[in-house]
Design a binder for this molecule. Structure first.
Ligand SMILES: [Zn+2]
Length: 329
């Protein structure tokens, strides 16, 4: 399915062909397997429209599963989060869909979509949400609040070895609730995987497909044996490496800029120069660690910001010395 020539619009078309064959109750969402199954898996792609990297593997997986629909034990939903944003090649159209899961906005495009998606996510026993970062990442990583069963699923996927986590009581963003948070808050498993830099790539394709095969293979085998699918706690040698956000550097103002080329999980030393607060004033790392979500907002030809910025310019994460299970549960 994957070829580097493929573009987002032809991918979207290919996905919508599968939706016609295997519709669910909402647009741009495929449903496979028995409706009354005892276990339901929901797979999310492109909740942010520019994060298309998982879609080719999702289409391959749908085609694979649809060859023998009768044999499926679990019910599977595969959705594309924000198709208008995919078409436009942007993160979102009106507001960030992955901050809309308080479900109180029924006016904006993304607010309406969050309500549609919630009608599918409320059925999920397991939700896997594939994302990508704006800047490159040294390697793929998981990022979600610590929840025992979700963590076991993440380790079982073997899609990444690094897990940036936090106490469930701490929200990911002050701007609103994410889809995976909404599912975990209901006591169900939800995993967010960051596949690397936004867009199509062989790495994103391979990582997504291998992780889907591991998850779906396990779910089907366990249900075949009459067991509820819950992966075991990983053996120490296969355990994830845990990280937490140790510093958030607030956006310093319109003249701020990071030095070019900073990546997710790039290591930094204390006092290392990260960029400028304004001309003549440097921005430095308040501590050593690894960079997370470095922000390079778009500017016009005269260097002015196209959109007002808030939040953080970059975060610094550090390894957790203690297993999160002992810290927060
Ligand atoms: Zn995303």
């Amino acid at each position: 399915m994957f070829s580097p020539e493929i573009n987002a619009n032809s991918l979207l078309e290919a996905f919508e062909q599968r939706v016609k064959l295997y519709p669910s109750t909402i647009p741009s969402c495929v449903q496979l397997g028995p409706k009354n199954a005892s276990f339901t898996v929901v797979i999310g792609s492109a909740i942010h429209g520019n994060e298309t990297g998982s879609i080719p593997a999702v289409i391959s997986m749908i085609d694979d599963l649809s060859e023998d629909l009768e044999s499926l034990n679990a019910c599977y939903f595969f959705f594309l989060g924000n198709t208008d944003a995919i078409r436009a090649g942007v993160r979102f159209i009106e507001r960030d869909l992955n901050r809309c899961f308080h479900l109180s906005d029924s006016k904006s495009l993304e607010g309406k979509r969050s309500q549609e998606l919630a009608s599918i996510l409320e059925k999920a026993d397991l939700f896997i949400d594939y994302h990508q970062t704006n800047q490159p990442a040294v390697f793929p990583f998981f990022t979600f609040a610590y929840h025992e069963e979700s963590y076991c699923w993440a380790a079982h996927m073997r899609a990444a070895e690094h897990f940036v986590t936090r106490d469930m009581k701490v929200a990911f963003s002050s701007e609103g609730l994410c889809g995976d948070e909404w599912v975990r808050n209901k006591g169900k498993s939800a995993v967010t995987l960051e596949l690397g830099k936004a867009g199509l790539s062989h790495d994103a394709y391979r990582t997504t497909l291998a992780s889907l095969q591991r998850v779906i293979g396990f779910v089907e085998t366990e249900l075949d044996h009459g067991r509820r699918p819950i992966p075991k706690t990983p053996e120490p040698e296969l355990d994830l490496h845990f990280f937490e956000v140790a510093a958030k550097l607030p956006w310093p103002g319109d003249d701020a800029a990071l030095r070019p080329g900073l990546e997710n999980f790039q290591s930094v030393k204390r006092s290392e120069e990260l960029g400028i607060i304004k001309p003549g004033e440097t921005l430095t790392a308040p501590m050593g660690g690894f960079l997370m979500f470095p922000k390079y907002p778009k500017r016009d030809s005269e260097g002015r910001l196209i959109e007002a910025q808030g939040g953080d310019i970059v975060q610094i994460i550090r390894p957790l010395e203690t297993h999160p299970r002992l810290l927060w549960v």
